[in-house]
Design a protein around this ligand. Structure first.
Ligand SMILES: C[S@@+](CC[C@H](N)C(=O)[O-])C[C@H]1O[C@@H](n2cnc3c(N)ncnc32)[C@H](O)[C@@H]1O
Length: 271
């Protein structure tokens, strides 16, 4: 119902705003023009929301923070804030994916990294991206189809991975753990540990304790947001350890805020 008739709302809002301006003495044409400018931001937002293509499947249930509404312009946004190709290339260097490996990208978003991982794993390997946001997965699938990339995509959440135990050589978690409240993050990391083969590795790129004061000045309000606060307080390596991983190593930094980390599932099954 909302989707069907939602487009009327901005126009009604414009008429209403124009009516108010007429009551203040403007003539109807000036009032309509002024109202159009007043309501334009709302109109744009509604336009984006109402006209976006509807995904053919539902989001996966999660209390993680989705970013579905950004799906159509997410890649442009990442490049604009310095998380474009250079950042992806750095993540891949840390992941060191070998031809033939089985890779899972959790919280893959529009699948930029997933598609790069699929190229690194080659024909002998396989790569799967999961995200609870159906819009993100729709965009990821579409981009893979257009570029002839072999990566597969599923709507799913990290805390309920639809895969059997010990399936993957590598799990990538890029900029997604800070979207998970603490309990979901614990459940998600345990799931990642379950689906990795013994000796398999987890590769994390995410916010860490800022290394300079300027970042603290910008980011301190996020200390009130439990999912992000854990990262800013530097708790991530310990949380990864608590999920059963060992050999947790910091492999690089970006802009004094993002850390690249690797961790290994013990080669002993159940270890
Ligand atoms: C900032 S985006 C990162 C996307 C991509 N990995 C990247 O590097 O650009 C965070 C992603 O985490 C996803 N997310 C939120 N809750 C999640 C969950 N419970 N399981 C898996 N992904 C989740 C969001 O839908 C979103 O696509």
């Amino acid at each position: 119902m909302l989707i069907r008739w939602g487009w009327l709302c901005p126009w009604l809002a414009i008429l209403l705003a124009a009516g108010v301006l007429v009551a203040f003495g403007l003539n109807w044409w000036s009032a309509l023009l002024a109202a159009l400018f007043l309501v334009c931001p709302a109109l744009l937002l509604w336009g984006l929301y109402v006209t976006r293509p509807q995904p053919d499947e539902a989001d996966a249930p999660t209390d993680g923070m989705l970013m579905d509404w950004t799906a159509p312009f997410y890649d442009i946004y990442c490049s604009a804030i310095g998380l474009g190709e250079g950042f992806r290339a750095q993540t891949l260097r840390v992941a060191a994916i070998q031809p033939g490996e089985k890779v899972l990208d959790v919280g893959c978003g529009t699948g930029v990294l997933t598609r790069m991982a699929a190229e690194a794993a080659g024909k002998a390997g396989s790569t799967m991206g999961i995200d609870p946001g159906a819009d993100m997965i729709r965009v990821a699938r579409e981009k893979a189809r257009r570029t002839g990339n072999a990566a597969g995509f599923k709507v799913a959440a990290i805390e309920r991975l639809p895969f059997a135990d010990a399936q993957f050589d590598v799990v990538l978690a890029s900029l997604m753990l800070h979207h998970l409240p603490p309990a979901t993050r614990r459940a998600g990391l345990a799931e990642v540990h379950r689906v990795l083969k013994p000796g398999g590795r987890l590769v994390v790129a995410d916010f860490q304790q800022p290394t300079n004061l300027a970042w603290w000045l910008v980011l301190w309000p996020f200390l009130m947001m439990p999912s992000v606060a854990d990262n800013l307080r530097g708790l991530l390596p310990n949380q990864i350890r608590e999920a059963g991983f060992s050999r947790i190593e910091i492999r690089g930094y970006r802009a004094g805020l993002i850390t690249f980390m690797t961790a290994v599932k013990s080669p002993q099954i159940g270890g």
